[in-house]
Design a protein around this ligand. Sequence first.
Ligand SMILES: *Cc1c(COP(=O)(O)O)cnc(C)c1O
Length: 379
Amino acid sequence: MTTQAAQSWLPYGRQSVEQEDIDAVAEVLRGDWLTTGPAVESFEEALAQAVGAPCVSVTSGTAALHVAYAGLGAGPGSEVVTSPFTFIATASSAALLGATVRFADVSDDTLNLDPQAAAALAGERTSVIAAVDYAGHPADLDELRSVADSVGARLLEDAAHSIGARYKGRPVGSVADATCFSFFPTKHMTTAEGGAVAAPDPAVLQAARRFARIGRDPQPQDTSQGAWWYEMSGFGLNYRLPDVLCALGAAQLRRLPAFLARRDELVARYDQLLSGVPGLRLPTRRADVEPAWHLYSVRVLDGRRREVFDRLRAAGIGVQVNYIPVYWHPVFADLGYRRGMCPVAEAAYAEQLSLPLFPDMTDADQDRVVEALRGVLDP
Ligand SMILES: *Cc1c(COP(=O)(O)O)cnc(C)c1O
């Protein structure tokens, strides 16, 4: 018998850092600017090129959401319609601004916000419709845009999973009014902690940037003062991503195409190796998108998700569950959000399992996952 416990731990996601990334960081550390320097600007420019809209860099994906909601005008008295099948920051950052969060159910195939469910909750109080590109598959952006337009709301896209993806040929980042990225180590590219907001409309980008830069205006209104003069025309936070991390981001961005290609390869291989395994439903994709796969998300049928999760973890395989419906968390439950609100999301939660997927994962690592999964479901 092989002692699986003796095998090394295989995480569900991890960063890929090579010498070129380390060199880029070291160069900034030896220079004059650790923060607010030229590496910030060059990273933001490179990012804008890649995602098709001007960008502001921030300290995390959570900060990106906070800044984007602020830039889009979510606040007290307004409502935000979003998916519960996401990391809590998609909803909590809007709640922090004083907006009321309304959870609309997801589509069963992609687990992305269902436009019809969103339409049913949208109304004159809606300020933002916030989609999530679950697992890296772009949401129904055109349909959600129509819903937003019909009530005079803006469209936000939480693209923490999907940098590099395309929706009907357009890069994610160029479609929504504000698109939020995360550079956490498990995501497609990393700055350790970090994130960004892309916004095609200069007014949205400026409002987002001001909130992320402590409320400071790039140009003061009063031009009669001395060179020391600046103006804070809003309340904001310090969400500046330092030069050290922007340099890492620029180096990672150069490697993004290779990261995405390897993820595609691994996804195709999972699809092939797992097809026909009983009790397992594999991810699907719509015809009009090019996903950037962050998760390989399967459904374990017949009430066996817990058993599969526990046995794979015991074998050293870092499976995850993404996600617990956001309104099940005590912070929302205590506000009166009730279980049963979004039955499709809750049914998906009961079956969902994320298998390891990251660019430095080897075919042998993947074979180990497949073998362990088959060992439970198809012995
Ligand atoms: C990771 C993630 C976030 C938050 O990003 P951080 O960089 O961890 O703050 C937000 N939304 C989704 C869907 C995520 O996966």
